[in-house]
Ligand binder design. Structure first.
Ligand SMILES: [Zn+2]
Length: 315
């Protein structure tokens, strides 16, 4: 028994700090990530043409993970996550933000039991007919509707990926862009912000992945939305300025210091700009509430073919 007790004690001395470091604790941010919302709002008005009239959402799959995989120290009880894609509807066209996940990845990697083939098909149809398709980042649960598209020529005709997203082949696993796709896709180079379409601005935000960016949208009715991608998986990350556990950071190979600064900025923005609707990457509570309030509508619509007259991407 003495030996057993000694081994147990030794394990506790070694294992408890490791458990705490990798799973349950998260450091605070060192400063904040700069966002100039005056500049972003100016850019949103800089292109001629009508602002989006509607924002629609497809839920491709849902799954559950321990809460503390999302927020360090949040406990082992399960918490719902979901995979989304969004469609911006303009009077004369549409745009797509993120493109969902394949059935194989949803089932194998996420243990999802409700992958929605009809939703995935609507997304793949939409990217063919959209004026633009952009990604919040290049991870496969946002990219795969494009990277596995049965008709890459049509799918990539209006896809605008950043050079950082295109180059991060490792981050695109298990459904990376093929060489054919890379030859078809139009790289969208910009430094900090760029106006994409009337009311739509991209905000560069590397950290969670090399090609992460936020998408700001201002609608014709004045409602402003900010798609966070996976800078924050859920609103709790923003509200508590608390990152995923260090173990998840290691697995994802993210720049934790940058993500923490970005969470601080989003938290500040939530306080200074409460009307700006922040939409985390995988938060069913937030998305369901926005659907209930009529801010988002379920299911993509068939895109209008008529291109909009814009200076940037044609929605
Ligand atoms: Zn994701």
């Amino acid at each position: 028994m003495k030996w057993l007790a000694r081994i147990a004690l030794l394990l506790a001395i070694v294992a408890l700090p490791l458990y705490s470091w990798f799973i349950t604790t998260s450091e605070g941010p060192e400063g904040a990530w700069p966002i100039d919302m005056v500049e972003v709002r100016m850019l949103a008005q800089s292109l001629p043409g009508d602002l989006p009239t509607d924002v629609r959402v497809e839920q491709v799959a849902s799954f559950a993970v321990p809460a503390q995989a999302i927020v360090a120290g949040a406990g082992w009880q399960n918490r719902g996550m979901a995979i989304y894609a969004y469609q911006l509807v303009f009077p004369h066209g549409t745009g797509v933000i993120d493109t969902g996940i394949t059935e194989t990845q949803a089932k194998n990697d996420m243990r999802s039991t409700d992958w929605n083939g009809a939703a995935f098909k609507r997304i793949q149809d939409a990217v063919v007919n959209s004026g633009f398709t952009v990604l919040t980042h290049e991870h496969a649960d946002h990219l795969s509707g494009l990277s596995t598209h049965p008709d890459p020529e049509k799918a990539f005709a209006h896809a605008l990926l950043t050079p950082e997203q295109i180059a991060n082949r490792k981050g695109q696993a298990p459904h990376p862009l093929s060489d054919r796709a890379i030859s078809l896709v139009k790289p969208l180079s910009y430094d900090t912000y760029t106006a994409l379409a009337p009311g739509v601005v991209l905000i560069k935000m590397p950290g969670h992945s090399l090609g992460s960016q936020l998408v700001y949208v201002k609608r014709f009715d004045g409602i402003e939305l900010l798609f966070l991608g996976d800078v924050a998986w859920q609103m709790r990350n923003v509200d508590e300025v608390r990152e995923r556990p260090r173990l998840v950071t290691l697995i994802l190979n993210e720049d934790r210091a940058k993500v923490l600064q970005q969470l601080q900025t989003l938290n500040d923005l939530k306080k200074s700009d409460p009307a700006l609707v922040q939409i985390p990457g995988h938060d069913p509570e937030v998305v369901e509430a926005l659907i209930a309030k009529g801010v988002l509508h379920k299911e993509f619509v068939t895109a209008a073919k008529e291109p909009a007259p814009t200076g940037g991407a044609s929605p």
